[in-house]
Design a protein around this ligand. Structure first.
Ligand SMILES: [Fe+2]
Length: 299
């Protein structure tokens, strides 16, 4: 990877190819991304009942804080307005809605000073989403809900775009995770016992790249990028939105970023909804990914 594109006016197809090559795309806020931010801010304000959400962590016992997030996050994820606004963002950034499938958006929180870094506010260790059963063609979308500064952002570790890392993805299967561990997030306070794919060798996290956009600005990157949560000591909690997309033609053609070290099985393919009509990816194509990209690449 070597390039960050700002508000680039390129075709959907060539943008996807650049993303599969590890480049980053950054967009100024769009009407729908700003509406999504405004919608989620309202939900957050309601949930924290008058406390400033960015500093509420200093006013609440951690168990209460985790309980608020455990109630708030699913309400945002499954709200029909969230889906409509994502469709709007895709349209505004000229993605083909018939070919582009998206999953429901997540709200992330990165608290300051190690207040809560497990479970419902997990501070992500360096990882590729492709270690978590995402297809190699998955694109990740990321945007801040409140003002973002470098010290509470997310970081890319670009040397690992081409350098494999020994990791435990071979033990990860998305279907298995959903059945056994996903719903335990809110209970993981202090330590997090859920089994996640991790690096199994020391890593050099520098040089790193942090992209700071205005509120509602959009960062797009390949799911194969090595990235992590920046340890936050800014005195404010970071709130952000992310979601993922898959292009169906690329999925059918098994196109995407190169797989250099992922060995997980299972697939997230059944989660995505078509931009135009919210239909699911056909079961035969989901099944084609069930053994994992790593297994297919090795066979
Ligand atoms: Fe990630």
């Amino acid at each position: 990877m070597n390039t960050v594109f700002f508000d680039a006016d390129v075709s959907d197809k060539s943008r996807r190819q650049q993303l599969y090559d590890g480049q980053l795309f950054v967009y100024s806020p769009t009407p729908s991304s700003l509406a999504l931010v405004e919608f989620v801010r309202e939900l957050i304000r309601e949930a924290f009942e008058g406390l400033d959400p960015e500093t509420a962590q200093y006013r609440l016992p951690v168990e209460r804080y985790a309980a608020i997030l455990a109630d708030l996050k699913p309400r945002f994820i499954h709200h029909s307005a969230s889906k409509e606004l994502i469709q709007g963002i895709l349209r505004e950034l000229r993605f083909d809605l018939d070919e582009t499938y998206f999953d429901v958006p997540r709200m992330r929180t990165a608290t300051s000073d190690d207040y809560l870094t497990t479970g419902i506010a997990y501070a992500f260790h360096p990882h590729r989403d492709t270690w978590y059963s995402a297809p190699q063609c998955q694109l990740n979308w990321w945007m801040p809900i409140f003002e973002l500064v470098s010290g509470r952002s997310m970081a890319f570790h670009p040397r690992y775009w081409t350098q494999p890392v020994r990791n435990s993805s071979r033990g990860y299967n998305y279907g298995e995770w959903n059945r056994t561990q996903r719903f335990a997030a809110a209970q993981q306070i202090g330590t997090d016992k859920r089994i996640q794919p991790r690096p199994e060798e020391p890593m050099d996290l520098d040089p790193q790249i942090r992209v700071i956009t205005p509120v509602g600005g959009v960062l797009l990157f390949s799911a194969a990028h090595m990235h992590s949560t920046v340890p936050n000591s800014t005195g404010r909690t970071r709130f952000s939105i992310d979601f993922r997309t898959v292009n169906i033609a690329d999925a059918r053609g098994f196109r995407g970023a190169p797989n250099i070290d992922s060995e997980c099985t299972g697939t997230t393919m059944a989660d995505y909804l078509r931009g135009s009509d919210l239909s699911h990816i056909p079961p035969d194509l989901v099944a084609a990914y069930e053994q994992g990209d790593g297994v297919r690449a090795a066979s």
